[in-house]
Design a protein around this ligand. Sequence first.
Ligand code: C5P
Length: 205
Amino acid sequence: MIIAVDGPAASGKGTIAKALARHFGLPHLDTGLLYRAVAATVRRLDLDPSREADAVAACDFDELTLADPSLRDDETGQLASIVSAHPLVRAALLQRQKRFAHQPGGAILDGRDIGTVIAPDADAKLFVKASPQVRARRRHAELTGRGSEASFDQVLADIRARDARDSARATAPLTQAADAAALDTSNLTIDASVARAIALVEARL
Ligand code: C5P
């Protein structure tokens, strides 16, 4: 069984994907971490993220480490959305994701293009969304909790900028697959979102 979970930043897709992985006993890959690891390399080497060839030359794509907590910060997320628009970066990460999706016993992956590019053959596809205001509120609360002083308006602007970049790029843009079930978490608690996700997946198996 392959489950594809896609959606924009702070929609709740990561939390939902982890809960689904536990519920169905499947290995899970947060594919955003791959692009974040590329971004972290670009940042460490102080490269220009808009230069595709430099980013590709600098990365050992088979050895990217995904465990570093600093990969999850917002700056890395913004940089990830710049490097992830490069077709050669996406191509270099494609096989690893396809192999993970098609391992014996199944898998769950979350990202932007799982249902459209990585596993168009997935057994169940979810497209998780929420309004930009709700997503910014969640992200702002998370950042404040970690001691950051980012303003709500700045967080909202960052979310809108990332949405625009992820949706407008030519290669594998963020878009709902035709056969994906939409799950709007704007007015749902985490528990209610997870329960709804489980029901949507079960209805598709
Ligand atoms: O999901 P997350 O916020 O960690 O993703 C970081 C960035 O990586 C996204 O804004 C997007 O540009 C990129 N990404 C992608 N394709 C994926 C997963 C993430 O382009 N499958």
